[in-house]
Design a binder for this molecule. Structure first.
Ligand code: SAM
Ligand code: SF4
Ligand code: SF4
Length: 368
């Protein structure tokens, strides 16, 4: 009996093969000297590493339960890059100019002995800004070890201070109080300045914007309000659900006047604001209404070692094959340079009805 392979799978298999050929060829070809910049002149400056595709939350905008149910097939352990493999790839990125590494997922604190990975990455260089984004559920017990291992700072996601709203958004009935404990533990451990990420979804948690700003004002922690994005194919995104950054700022400034602050560096995604009375700072990440692709300097390494050059990319370059195939660091370096130099992504700038419909990778897999 013959098995028919659907055309779509055939096409994606062909495309996979094409990409693999590109990576293997690039690994063997010496690359011209000069800056590692993409086709739009954007340097390779940041690396986000997803250390697991699993999560203990089921945030409605990221891993909705009807898609990530009990029978969802997560990656088998053998598919994941090991800590040694991650560190090796990261070292090559640092040699190429990356100065900022962020660990993410899925939920990075679910990866066993994650602090050991932090220690290994810190050993690459004292200079790199080494950070991690977490939902905070396991942070209270991990914060001190992460700091001791060499983590520079931390970002904690928290979508509301209202318990019922937060439990509904994480969809696993997880309480606000435990995340706040994690935030306190991280601050006590010295993982500062600490950032708090709040994804704003209209009708779900937008009434938490002002209370959130008020709660963290004066603490030294920086709340960053994130426009709800159309990442992946599963969150049923609609433009109507987005609260534009301009509206977020206006709502806060109505009672707590704000003044704009200049960006720290090229590629900073958050637009910064400080309270006029100097009681602190907030940020808005306007990925939907004010795309920042022109300054996007981020590469993303997925849990199984694929390199994505855009959060919205629907295909990644398999570096794991090189790592496990006996290639040396020079080969890895060549491949990464070639991948970055052919990069032209600017999805958010081009967001159109057509591109929004195309098949996309889930954020929990690629690393947010
Ligand atoms: N589990 C960790 C956490 O939640 O912090 C790290 C991974 S999570 C994918 C990284 C960040 O992406 C979080 O701050 C999360 O709120 C944000 N995020 C996830 N889905 C999003 C979406 N559809 N739009 C905007 N931000 C999103
Ligand atoms: Fe998990 Fe973070 Fe996605 Fe929420 S946003 S489901 S915590 S990976
Ligand atoms: Fe960068 Fe892609 Fe986001 Fe544009 S859409 S800012 S290129 S990750």
């Amino acid at each position: 009996m013959s098995t028919t392979i659907p055309l779509k799978d055939l096409r994606s298999q062909e495309r996979e093969a094409e990409l693999a050929t590109f990576v293997r060829a690039a690994a063997q070809r010496s690359q011209p000297e000069g800056p590692v910049e993409d086709t739009r002149g954007r340097p390779l400056a940041d690396l986000r590493i997803s250390v697991t595709d699993r999560c203990n939350f089921r945030c409605v905008y990221c891993m909705p339960k009807d898609v990530f149910g009990r029978d969802h097939a997560f990656l088998p352990h053998a598919a994941l890059l090991t800590f040694e493999e991650i560190t090796r790839v990261a070292r090559v990125f640092v040699d190429l100019g990356v100065r900022k590494i962020r660990l993410t997922g899925g939920e990075p604190l679910l990866r066993r002995r994650i602090e050991h990975l932090v220690e290994m990455l810190r050993a690459i260089s004292d200079e790199i800004d080494l950070t991690l984004t977490t939902n905070g559920a396991l942070l209270a017990r991990k914060a001190a070890d992460l700091k001791a291992a060499g983590l520079s700072r931390i970002t904690v996601s928290l979508d509301s201070l209202d318990d019922a709203t937060f439990r509904a958004m994480n969809d696993v009935d997880f309480p606000v109080a435990s995340v706040l404990e994690g935030i306190d533990a991280a601050a006590a451990a010295g993982l500062v300045p600490l950032k708090v990420n709040m994804v704003v979804k209209r009708g779900a948690n937008d009434d938490s914007i002002v209370p959130m700003a008020r709660h963290f004002r004066g603490t030294g922690h920086i709340v960053r309000f994130i426009e709800y994005m159309d990442v992946g194919a599963t969150n049923g995104w609609r433009m109507d659900d987005v609260v534009p950054a301009g509206e977020i700022i206006a709502r806060i400034a109505a009672t707590m006047p704000l003044v704009p602050v200049d960006p720290h560096y090229r590629g900073e995604v958050a637009e910064r604001w400080r309270y006029a009375d100097d009681s602190g700072e907030i940020g808005v990440i306007a990925s939907v209404t004010q795309a920042f692709c022109h300054d996007c300097t981020r590469a993303r390494l997925s849990t199984e070692g694929r390199l994505f050059t855009c959060l919205f990319a629907n295909e990644g370059f398999d570096l794991r094959e090189l790592v496990r195939g006996g290639h040396d660091d020079e080969a890895l370096r060549r491949a990464i340079v070639a991948i970055w130099r052919q990069r032209s992504d600017r999805y958010s700038e081009l967001r159109t009805a057509q591109t929004a419909k195309s098949a996309k990778i889930e954020m929990s897999y690629i690393g947010g």
